[in-house]
Write a protein that binds this ligand. Structure first.
Ligand SMILES: Cc1ncc(COP(=O)(O)O)c(C=O)c1O
Length: 385
């Protein structure tokens, strides 16, 4: 929750802002801030930062792998994984067409790594068809690149925070072993997946070769991701990290927040899922002909509001949710102090708007968001008559 002066809105008053655009806007907790302040640090490029070393040790242990590497971002972690697994020139990685690595990382695999990304259609649950995958693998034909890697995302952001089923991962792993291809998991929100499945993260990644998870999303840290894998894999990634400009010095200040998140935030992720479900259930209960949420298939902290008509643009809906009009104050669309409510969601030129719940979002924020979303949906419905 935050408040802002409403000069950019339509009324001159204080506005209560509920920011549901992304869990990347989450803020460090007081304990985290204290841990950052008190962190014992050293030069991590020399391997001398004890707090980074501890974060990497605990990460490897938690994931049941040999080693881990602290990196500034998920994007860098994913790129390092692609570059290490596809180190031979002329190799390709197969990736879902809705994957963050394919859509939102600037094609770094090709741009920097010289690796071809070959897409496969993502299914609504974040997986892809495994028989289609088998047909995609390329071997030793002189005309073709060789397939060295399969990339999966768990939870799947653009598929609405979906969790990959363990059976599907097991089947995928069998196929990749037969084809001698590696698997990298973009596990930016892997702890949300573990919460949903009620299994340790080590079970989810049992058969994948590497994983990158983010500290700076639902775990509320200011910066950082961790790449996890075998000793050999991490040794190579560590080398390449320097080339990408990711060799950081007294970075234990950031690692300290990560260690704090392991103990403080991970055990509370269930609450984020429950709060996301509450918004989703409310919208579904409205039975709007134009706005829909698939509550039955809601897994974690991401809610996709589908817009069922092309007469309503997602970005227009999103903008309207942020605005506070004078009539809303008269009608009581306000918080307990009488402030108007501005709800921020992710909405572009999509057929849906995305809501993401994270640790700083309280039950009261959810109540206010519901109040505003209801009002705006009803307004759109009456304008459509
Ligand atoms: C699924 C997924 N992977 C990777 C990333 C990239 O993380 P970063 O912003 O730290 O580069 C994101 C960011 O939102 C993401 O949602």
């Amino acid at each position: 929750m935050s408040t802002c002066s409403a000069s950019e809105n339509n009324v001159e008053s204080v506005v209560r802002v509920v920011d549901l655009r992304s869990d990347t806007v989450s803020l460090p907790t007081p304990n985290m801030r204290r841990a950052i302040y008190e962190a014992v640090v050293g030069d991590d490029v020399y391997g001398e930062d004890p707090t980074v070393n501890e974060l990497e040790r605990r990460s490897a242990e938690m994931f049941g792998k040999q080693a881990a590497l602290f990196v500034p971002t998920g994007t860098m972690g994913n790129l390092l994984a692609v570059m290490v697994h596809c180190s031979r020139r002329g190799t390709e990685a197969i990736v879902g067409d809705m994957a963050h690595i394919f859509l939102y990382e600037q094609g770094g695999a090709a741009q920097i790594g010289g690796v071809l990304l070959n897409t496969i259609k993502n299914q609504p649950d974040g997986s892809f068809d495994l028989s289609e995958l088998q047909k995609k693998f390329r071997g030793y034909d002189v005309h073709e690149p060789q397939t060295a890697l399969v990339l999966v995302e768990n939870t799947h952001n653009m598929c609405g925070g979906k969790v990959l089923q363990l059976q599907w991962l097991d089947d995928l792993s069998k196929i990749c072993k037969e084809m001698t291809a590696k698997i990298h998991m973009d596990g930016a929100r892997i702890f949300n997946a573990a919460e949903y499945l009620e299994v340790p993260v080590s079970r989810i990644v049992r058969d994948v070769d590497s994983i990158c998870f983010c500290l700076s999303k639902g775990l509320a840290c200011p910066v950082g991701s961790v790449l996890v894998g075998s000793n050999d894999f991490i040794k190579e990634a560590h080398r390449l990290r320097k080339a990408l400009g990711g060799g950081m010095r007294q970075v234990g200040f950031l690692a300290a927040a990560g260690l704090c998140a392991f103990d403080e935030i991970i055990p509370t992720l269930k609450k984020d899922h429950e709060r996301a479900r509450r918004i989703a259930q409310y919208i579904q209960g409205m039975k709007s002909p134009f706005f829909k949420v698939d509550v039955e298939n809601l897994h974690t902290n991401i809610v996709m509001i589908q817009i069922l008509t092309n007469k309503i643009k997602s970005c227009v809906f999103g903008k309207r949710l942020t605005e506070v009009l004078p009539r809303e104050l008269e009608l009581g669309i306000v918080d307990t102090y009488g402030n108007g409510i501005s709800v921020k969601v992710s909405a572009r030129d999509w057929s849906f708007a995305r809501i993401v719940v994270y640790t700083n979002i309280t039950d009261e924020d959810i109540d206010l968001a519901i109040k505003k979303i209801k009002y705006v949906i009803e307004e759109f419905e009456s304008n459509m008559k």
